[in-house]
Structures are given as structure tokens and as C-alpha cells.
Design a protein around this ligand. Structure first.
Ligand code: MN
Length: 244
């Protein structure tokens, strides 16, 4: 199974999650929210062969921590994966939106200068602005829109731009989320949990809960469980083959 967007370091006991037997057979992209978290995360997953750490600066934190962009750009050459980055247009973050946009664009420019990266991108209430920024830096790498929540029209635009998508149990629990997932090219979809931020019945999702996303995709794609798993693994291979 694949959890391509998970905050491993934000669980109350990250080591306990990393050491669970379920994780040993999973491919996980551990996203981070600040450049300072990068090293600790590398250490945390040192013994896990299929866990990769993404280098991030979360849009919700950019308002207070915009100056960390310099540290970000300095360390970027060492990172193959970038995330969580992007824009958040929620009302309580509108005050920092201009700064977020400036920082996100600098990140995309830096990714382009490094020859491109795989990016896990947040776009809550800012789909249009995220797509604008990506379309202006076409060589930043492969954008993966995590928990896409835009309109059908915006989805069409994102598909036309070559974006990928990571979808999770929470997104696929809603009709709107399932409709969007059904319109995504199946060969550009990966699974995620966004744990521990995303929860189900008050309990934080853990990486192996992506099985719920696989079940939903099985319904959407109208295929067998094994075919879903094979397709997702094939997608991961084609993504990483392209960017390895
Ligand atoms: Mn997240």
C-alpha cells in the first residue's frame, strides 16, 4: 500500500507508528511542515526502506515563518521530494496569502533550478492560485495535488497541466470527493491519509488506513481489489521512474 502524504512526525508517538509491522511493507512519503523538521524525520525513518521524507514549508505556517524560505532553498539540493508546500486561502489565513504566494513561487523556481522535484501540494480554497503558480513554472517537476477540493472545471485544468493527485479516505468519504476522483486519470492517482491531521470518527488516520481509500477506488474504478493495488503500484513506479 502507498501513503503518499502523511505527517509521520506529528503523531503523539512517531516511533511507534514507524515501528508497526504494517508499515514495513508500505511505501510512505513523510511530508514535513518546516525545513527544520527535515533532519529529525530522516533519522526517524532511517531503518525503513520504503519511506521517503519530503522537504516542506507548510502554507499555514508561512505567515509566521516566511524567513525560513532561505534555509529551504539552501537545503533543497539534498531533497528529492518536496512537500508539504502550496497555498491555503482559508479566511483565517487570508492575512498571509500574499506572503504564501511569494514563498510558493520561490519554492517552484528553486525546484526548477534544481532540475525538477516531485511535489506534494496543498491547495485548500486556493486551487486557482495554485494552478496559476504551477503553470508559470512548468519545469518545477511533477506536481501532486493532495486532497484536491476544487471544482470539476479546475480539475480539468489541473489534468491538462499534467498534475497528479493523491486521494485519501476522508476525501473519498464525500460524494463531491468521489466525483472528483472518478474524473481523475486513473494512471495519475496515488493514495494518501494526511494523518494525523485527517481523522475518521475522531481518531487520527494512520498510514495503513489507506486501505479505505483503496476500497473507495475499487468502487470508483469498478475493478477488482488486486487490480487497484497493481495500478497504484504501477503509478508510483511510473512517477518515480520519471523523476528518480
Ligand atoms: Mn498534510
Amino acid at each position: 500500500m502507498i501513503d503518499f502524504h502523511c505527517h509521520l512526525d506529528l503523531y503523539p508517538d512517531p516511533k511507534a507508528i514507524v515501528n508497526r509491522p504494517e508499515l514495513a511493507s508500505m511505501y510512505v512519503l513523510a511530508v514535513t511542515t518546516t525545513p527544520a523538521a527535515w533532519e529529525g524525520n530522516q533519522e526517524l525513518v532511517r531503518h525503513q526502506k520504503r519511506v521517503r521524507v519530503a522537504f516542506g514549508l507548510h502554507p499555514e505556517l508561512v505567515g509566521q515563518r516566511a524567513q525560513e524560505i532561505d534555509h529551504f532553498i539552501e537545503l533543497l539540493p539534498h531533497a528529492r521530494y518536496v512537500g508539504e508546500v502550496g497555498l491555503d486561502g482559508s479566511p483565517q489565513l487570508r492575512w498571509s496569502f500574499h506572503k504564501q504566494d511569494e514563498v510558493f513561487r520561490r519554492i517552484l523556481q528553486a525546484c526548477r533550478a534544481e532540475g525538477g522535484r516531485v511535489l506534494s501540494i496543498h491547495s485548500r480554497r486556493a486551487t486557482e492560485e495554485v494552478l496559476n503558480a504551477i503553470s508559470e513554472e512548468k519545469s518545477a517537476g511533477t506536481p501532486i495535488l493532495h486532497w484536491f477540493s476544487g471544482t470539476a472545471k479546475q480539475l480539468e485544468r489541473a489534468i491538462g497541466m499534467g498534475c497528479w493527485f493523491s486521494v485519501g479516505p476522508r476525501m473519498l468519504a464525500s460524494d463531491a470527493g468521489r466525483r472528483l476522483a472518478a474524473a481523475m486519470p486513473p494512471d495519475r492517482v496515488l493514495t494518501e491519509t494526511d494523518g494525523p491531521f485527517a481523522s475518521q470518527q475522531g481518531i487520527s488516520l494512520v498510514p495503513w488506513d489507506v486501505r479505505y481509500a483503496e476500497e473507495a477506488l475499487q468502487q470508483i474504478w469498478q475493478t477488482r481489489q488486486i487490480a487497484v493495488k497493481e495500478r497504484l503500484l504501477g503509478n508510483l513506479r511510473s512517477l518515480l521512474g520519471k523523476d528518480a
